[in-house]
Design a protein around this ligand. Structure first.
Ligand SMILES: [Zn+2]
Length: 259
């Protein structure tokens, strides 16, 4: 996943993640739309951003999950925001053409990782459920209605929620038809802010490393001690020794044989 850091966002979070908020960019469907939108978030003066921008062939990370994107007032503090190439005026059939199907698959993979990490149920919330504070998926449109702080209505009424949520479930199941398929949780970011980094994904990694026999606290804080374990593990597995849990290091925690 490419990263193009957005210009406007809040560092950190003031609430635990509760929502996955789906947007349409209102940009035409091209192979570079995710990249183009990310570049806009990186440079524009208008204060707006999203965690990821998605098109048919790529996902571009704009804001780290641990930070707060500015996408849907009312659901920024506890939301993860995804911008999809396309328009809110698209009908169901438009969301199911070849381009959009490929896009939905890309988006579903990201959403599955988020859902797993933050224990978000694979369901589209009603406006009443959103208002009641339940966890799940929602739209900018519903956030606008419930919190009345914006008038956007993306991704539109044609968005195929049934298809999208099925793709998310598929992505969660993975290809576990295979015999020895190892279930590696989705890696969403580098744990590269020692020693005060805190998060659910830090905990997931700590739990896994502990299972492997390393002695560390499963407390969700990436501490100096964790960094030391990380370096030793990287050295042992002939990975680049950085002390931060990059994607290769994360994967190795599940896929490398325990020695
Ligand atoms: Zn929106």
């Amino acid at each position: 996943m490419k990263t193009v850091q957005a210009r406007h966002y809040h560092r950190g979070r003031i609430s635990p993640v509760r929502l996955i908020v789906v947007h349409s960019m209102e940009w035409a469907e091209k192979g570079t739309t995710a990249e183009d939108c990310a570049r806009m978030f990186a440079t524009m003066s208008r204060p707006a951003s999203a965690h990821v921008c998605v098109d048919n062939d790529s996902v571009v990370r704009c804001v780290a999950d641990r930070d707060t994107a500015w996408a849907a007032p009312g659901a920024n503090a506890d939301g993860l925001q995804m911008e999809l190439a396309g328009f809110a005026r698209q009908k169901r059939a438009d969301w199911l053409d070849a381009y959009s199907k490929a896009l939905l698959k890309q988006a579903a993979a990201v959403a599955a990782g988020w859902a797993k990490l933050h224990r978000i149920p694979i369901r589209k919330l009603t406006q009443a459920q959103l208002r009641a504070g339940l966890k799940g998926f929602t739209t900018h449109a519903d956030v606008s209605v419930v919190y009345k702080r914006s008038d956007h209505h993306d991704p539109g009424t044609g968005f195929p929620w049934d298809v999208f949520l099925d793709l998310v479930k598929d992505a969660l199941d993975g290809e576990d038809d295979g015999d020895d398929e190892i279930d590696v949780p989705e890696w969403t970011r580098a744990l590269s802010w020692p020693p005060t980094t805190k998060g659910d994904d830090v905990k997931v990694w700590q739990r896994q490393m502990r299972k492997r026999g390393w002695s560390l606290d499963v407390d969700g804080w990436y501490s100096d001690a964790d960094e030391k374990v990380c370096r030793k593990f990287q050295d042992e597995k002939h990975l680049k020794v950085t002390g931060t849990v990059d994607e290769a290091t994360w994967r190795a925690a599940w896929t490398e044989p325990i020695t």
